[in-house]
Design a protein around this ligand. Sequence first.
Ligand SMILES: [Zn+2]
Length: 1021
Amino acid sequence: MPSSLSFLALVLILLVELLHGSNLPAATENPPGAYDLAVSFSPSTRSLTATARITLPPATGLALELGDLAISGMLLRRADGSEVVPVAGPRGRLQLVEEKELRELYISYRRQVDGTGDDLINPDGIVLLGLWHPLPDREMRFSLRAKLPPGFIAVTESDRFPLATEGDATIAVFSQPRRNLHFVAAPYAAASREVRPGLQVHTLFFPEERELAPSYLESAAGYLQRYERQIGPFPYNHYVIVANRLPTGLGLPTFTLMGRQVLRLPFIRQTSLGHEILHSWFGNSVEVAATGGNWCEGLTTYLADHAYRADRGEAAADRKERIVTYLNHVNDNNVIPLAAFASADHRQPQAEAVRAVGYNRGALLFAELEARLGPEVFTRAIRHFYARHRGTTAGWNDLRQAFSATAGQDLAAFFTERLERTDIPDLAVEEIDIRQTASGPHLSFRLRQKTERPYSLQVPVVVTTAGGTSRFSVTAAGGDTSVSLTTDGWPLQFSIDPEYTFLRRLHPAEGPPVWSQFLGAEKKLAILQSEAVRAVYQPLLAALADDSWIVKPADEVKVGELQDGAVLFLGLDHPLSRSLFARPDLAAAGFSLDVRRNPLNSGQPAVLITSADREETAATAPKLRHYGRYSRLHFTGGRNDLQQIAAADAGMTFVLDRLPAGAATAELQPFADIIARLAANRVVFVGETHTSMADHHLQLRIIEALHRLQPDLAIGLEMFPTSSQPALDAYSSGDKSMDERSFLKASRYFQVWNQDYRLYRDIITFARSRGIPLVGLNLDKEVTSTVFKTGSTAALPEAAGNSLPVDRDLSLPGYAERLAVIHDMHQTAGHGDGSLSGFIQAQALWDEAMAEHIAEYLTRHPGRRMVVLAGTQHTRKDTGIPPRLARRLQLDQATVAALPANTADLATTVDFVFATEPVVLPDQAMIGVVLQSQTLDGRPALKVGGFTATSKADEAGLRKDDIVRAIDGLAIAEMDDVRIALLDTGIGGRIAVDVERPGPGGTMERLQLTIELVAPAGHPR
Ligand SMILES: [Zn+2]
């Protein structure tokens, strides 16, 4: 420990050298006290040596944080000339209790900068942002006297710029009281420009970036003018844009420090620079009070980042992206109220969530405020706030007061709700009703707030009619709000808050699948294509994966696990990813990231990533965090060259009615002309509603016409599975040994399809008469029903599983959504027994299998064309079989259908429509009995179990328990036989029925009865 005397000698030497032994200030000086710092640098040893002289006004105490500064001596000198050596307490803290007289404290110290943090001292430059001088616990007036290495230009918080020099010392004085100084110096190239008389803007760039200076000076001048107009006078007479070798983005009083690596990026000058300059008003001139919450990042983000997007017409998009970012990063486990946001630090725990609260929830509070008060009142309140708190500190309460006073309304409840609550508004719309009234069409609905306590909200509602849009604002303060709107035309749709004027939960259809959705998900499953590719993706896992990630090779993942949360596929050449996304068109070169809705859980993202090699991954991985708002990205050598956000609804949107599409009759073409155009295609899909006879008539006409032009035609049929092919081959080739009845038996038509055969009979008979091959396209029913019920292909017998197509695309746009609607209808109708995930997989399997079977047939028969008959959902050219066939085989194809009742999405689903006359097929006649399958003497048999209300069988003598053995001479053993036997007999027609009736003592009586057939009505009696 140095003696008091030798220490005093050291202090005095430093004082003479650096502080020029200035006199003690007059004892009348008022608080806050002065902090004079003298510093010299030794770049070669990466160290600084400094003495701080702190002048404490009378009746003032002080605590100083010394951190890891190497203190070489301390001395406290009182006004009476007496001196003591103060002693620092534990954890590097020096505490001076209040005394009546003025005092001076001298501290000499050395600091070594190791180069691991944001601080830097070396021959290329000096950056001091951390604890590089003793930190007072109160604000003081700083002055600085620095000896710089030769050729260096320095910047710090200062009343003027460039800094003054005195001999070999550089001098800065800053009159605004502060608790610390930041200091930067390097061999910079300086440039400057006048903004207005009394305000200069400067750049201190490295020689390599000096050509960027003019554009930065121009942009900075623009921002300074913009905010002086909007908020009030700039608080200083200069502003310096300083390049840093370290990657920082800091807005400090009188200057900003920007990482030189990013200066060339356009968004730095277009956004970040303005943000940092605006911090001069909010953050530096009006400082954030130590208690009362950090309001300044939210306000700065709103008046800078958001405002610049608004200038480009992207205000609503910006707010929506902020909501999406908030929802993707903030969850029940990491949420904090806005009032608790304190620091923007990237290194704090849960930094992404904390920043989403401070920046995005904060900015959205101001957006909501502006939407409520109007831009004029909003701007006046901002000016008022600045004028009142300039040069001091402020908290959220001061903002509340400024806005309440300017708006002339008490906004306490508004601020309290948004600052203190951790939940956010969550809206639902119920009981929608439209009515034509004397005053016009009337749209009413109930707006429900799903949060435990309602928020007080102004909810914009936009109603679209054929005549345009009408805007309404609904005050929703309670849990339920009845909304009733009169519109100027019949409402076609309406949207709740389509411009995102406040932070709220989004409807699933509003949220585009984006990358941050995965990064913020609570459960993340990353699936490696195989262990072999782990090295390729290792840099990504190293950069991003934490405890919330589970990383597994695809072979160890079960389909069921994909439904649980967010999934990420690293490499896509594995049956698991191929069963959901087939082979997506991602670039083979570089690094691709594609975010989709998880087809098995639409609320969760599925991210597809491919990388050409480990180098591409390594170059991209560190940057990926910054691209959270995108759905689709591509990087080459780490450079981003594609960024897209998927489309989604604007606002919670409810479609009430869709206007039908039409066409000029002048555009109608004769049948033959359309056939000529269809004939140019190798595959023509003709969609059907299975029970519509008119659709089957149309199919036959098209087949006939195409066959006339191209005899080498085949007919693909959804109605038959591939296992029926031998029967189809025999029958269509005209095999005389197979008549219609035996064809129906052999093909198991009634078991596999269960529709009235007369619907298809003319088509199949025509094919037989012309020898047109019939091709069964379907899967066996057991396959799709097993997948539907179990939600996976795992439960299938191995042989069945192996025959399925490997590439199955569940993520065609709109596919999962369309199937979800159908699935919901089935569930509400009470005959759904499988999960949505199983349903979607079964449907995709069905569509993919039919596409595969068509492709196989056409590959085996290169000269042949095909007409495909299937339900209109399967023949849709957007998401049905056609795009899946196109993936497998390059060929021309067209889709045709009869004009459906709903024409709204016709153009996306078919290429040609025909208007058809309705064709009514007479009801299939029935015996009117309930037949039960039995096994008698080891053979199948049918027993009469009961009679329907309209049946005439009992009066003809048929009895319960009779065994039906033959109808019109055709042997009857199972239900197929009955349906075949009754095909051609109409209602009122008579059939001869051979029955066996159990007699006394186990005997069987044989009888023949004549029974009149009835219409299919009535219930068993
Ligand atoms: Zn900021």
